[in-house]
Design a protein around this ligand. Structure first.
Ligand code: AMP
Length: 398
């Protein structure tokens, strides 16, 4: 597919889809504006080309209803401040008023369309809705990596009707990091996979085991593997239906010569509560009524050693229930270990991103993805629907 810098947009009207799904506090102030900042290279590039820039995005899940607290007003205001120029927000994302505002735009102007998801047609990938959006501009630019695993009107349907399609600079960065790393990593290549369930990451585990030299499994999902190895894991998070699958995974790793590392000790409690009494035990000694909620100090030391010679590290999923201080040490220790390593380090979005930022280590990670779901699909070896749509659009044009 093409990227924005390979398309002639000089003086043209460009319609750019971004992922501005930021979290807002009770006063509707933006709690974290990183997603807005990641759009700046594409917007500034278009402005440097004297394009008229129409920005579109969604916020939250209004499910087709107009919900005032999910208006993009705070986003438009913040974007305006970051760009140092006015960003006009439309009242609706479709309709005659929008068309009039677009006709009046001057080169170098920025217009933001109100929340796309105020129309259910957006998530339904409705053709008419997509056609109307596409009609606003000469060139459609998709830079919403965080939404690229969805099949919606503004990122998939629209490519059937747009005069010309391309991807933005954030999309370029995300895809380059993941594809270059997965196709041709510097070795040793280590994957760290954590989080709650094996079922959520089964396909990623299956794809990565064919590519990595070592794999570290932590978090809740480690207990299904530990049980598959014959350990009693008390009331820890277990997916009984996947125990055989975990056993097969262990076998495949062995056959391929991939070194698989599981926690050797863990922090246990009777419940995942900040006031719960905790103990650190070897994984062989988990009490029947207790659950493993974080990796223990011996696992932290082991994983640090495993990562010592890594040249490439990909990490998705926390090592424990890091939202609660008593169970956060494993995840935060891993953040520091990964940040201090001499490897190329890539962190999937979502919870792992939150943990890295909370630990204040984001500057020391090579790349932190802006899309949890989308980056997980790349780790699964899938092609994202939005990327497929852009590819097909390019084929149609050539
Ligand atoms: P995921 O979205 O699959 O990456 O999972 C992230 C969630 O996994 C976080 O909210 C953690 O609290 C949770 N988690 C991590 N370790 C455990 C564990 N040992 N038991 C239960 N939940 C866990």
């Amino acid at each position: 597919m093409k990227y924005i810098n390979q398309v002639d947009i000089k003086g043209k009207t460009v319609l750019c889809r971004f992922d501005f799904n930021v979290s807002l506090d009770e006063d509707l102030h933006i709690a974290d504006d990183r997603r807005i900042k990641t759009a700046l290279p594409t917007i500034n590039y278009a402005l440097d080309e004297d394009a008229r820039v129409i920005v579109m995005a969604h916020l939250g899940r209004p499910e087709g209803k107009v919900i005032d607290s999910l208006s993009l007003r705070p986003v438009a205001k913040r974007l305006s401040r970051l760009l140092g120029k006015e960003v006009v927000l439309t009242k609706d994302c479709i309709g005659d008023d929008v068309k009039t505002l677009i006709q009046d735009m001057k080169p170098g102007c920025v217009l933001m369309l109100e929340n796309l998801r105020f129309h259910i047609e957006e998530t339904e990938n409705n053709d008419e809705f997509a056609r109307e959006l596409a009609g606003y501009a000469d060139v459609y630019v998709d830079d919403a990596f965080g939404n690229a695993h969805r099949t919606h009107a503004s990122n998939v349907g629209i490519t059937k009707f747009a005069k010309e399609c391309c991807a933005g600079l954030l999309m370029k960065k995300e895809l380059n990091y993941f594809s270059a790393t997965l196709k041709n990593p510097l070795r040793p290549f280590v994957a760290i996979i954590g989080g709650s369930k094996v079922s959520d990451k089964l396909e990623a585990l299956a794809n990565l085991i064919r590519r990595v030299d070592k794999m570290i499994i932590g978090g809740g999902m480690a207990f299904t593997f530990l049980k598959a190895m014959g350990h009693e894991v008390g009331t820890s998070l277990i997916e009984d239906n996947l125990i055989n699958m975990a056993r097969r995974g262990i076998k495949i790793a062995k056959e391929r010569g991939v070194k698989l590392y599981l926690p050797v000790d863990c922090v246990i409690a009777e419940e995942a509560d900040s006031k719960a009494v905790t103990k650190i035990v070897p994984v062989q000694e988990i009490d029947p009524d207790w659950m493993g909620l974080d990796i223990g100090p011996a696992s932290i030391a082991l994983f640090r050693e495993v990562l010592g010679d890594a040249k490439t590290i990909i990490w998705n999923g926390p090592m424990g229930v890091f939202e609660i201080d008593a169970f956060s040490m494993g995840t935060f220790s891993m953040v520091h270990t990964v940040a201090q390593s001499h490897a190329l380090t890539i962190v999937g979005g979502g919870d792992t991103d939150v943990a890295v930022h909370r630990a204040g280590q984001s500057d020391y990670i090579t790349y932190i993805s802006t899309g949890g779901g989308a980056s997980l699909e790349l780790l699964e070896g899938k092609k994202l629907p939005a990327v497929k749509a852009l590819d097909e659009c390019k084929k149609r044009m050539s």
